[in-house]
Design a protein around this ligand. Sequence first.
Ligand code: ATP
Length: 298
Amino acid sequence: MLKVEGITKRYGEIVAVDNLSFTVAKGEIFGLLGENGAGKTTTFRIIMGLLEPDSGKVTLDGKKIDYDLSSKIGFVTEERSLLTKLTVLEQIEFYATLKGMNKKDIQEKLDYWLKYFEIPEYKNRKIKELSKGNQQKIQFISAIIHEPKLLILDEPFTGLDPINVKLIKDAIYSLKEKGCSIIFSSHQMEYIEDFCEKLILLVKGKAILNGSLQEIKESYAKKTILIKGKNIDIAALKKVKGVINVEKIRDELKVSIATKDVASQVFNIVKDADITKYDVIDASLNEIFIAKVGEVHE
Ligand code: ATP
């Protein structure tokens, strides 16, 4: 288990990470969210042991992350770290040897992963000759070839088409099954929504949301009602106390309400119209992100 306890990191006047705590269990996928400059990269660097926090500590299975333990971590960071003059094999050998693997294991695992990603022919090609998406796959392979206990993924899907996104997602799920703890960061909320069980939202280095995705969505008061039907009295809907917005998107009405209790009043208005759909849904993570970050900046 990864345990982050009260870490703080300052750069002069700026508090990049402010007394941050969270845990990531074995086999859990954990989302670290935040706008630009919120403190995600600083947090990752502290976890990877590349940066000392001013206070607080990070442990993996009860041990401080030092040089030895860093071989149990894999990462895909925003600053891509491929050595582009090397071939794929040389590149992977370089990283995997640092992580303590022997040449035979490296060969076997590399062949497996290149086949998995349908690029076995690139094994002896130079990294710089590969497309951006294929470089991304090599970056991913170098992060997981040693089967890490902890995997840090910062925007791992950048530049990948949907087929390759699926291949990487499936590979992440199989690592999860083997008990790997995974921290995932992305500005694309739909990835976080279908991937992460727990998450933190950072604003100015502080966690302003922390919990399971489901709890966070359920406890966020605002809901949306999706209605399809004919002869709906939109003007009457707009007058209901607690209706924040009514929007028509193609043949569907999207009604934003302040709390879920408002849904019954809205239903009273539309029930006699010719309705084919009436769905009350939680706010999307995207809406929650924008609202929560906005509140802090107000
Ligand atoms: P992004 O999504 O844009 O990558 P981030 O969430 O990763 O952002 P960080 O890179 O951790 O954010 O930065 C957090 C804060 O710390 C920012 O205000 C940034 O300007 C500041 N910061 C980061 N690194 C340094 C540094 N080496 N020196 C001074 N300030 C820094």
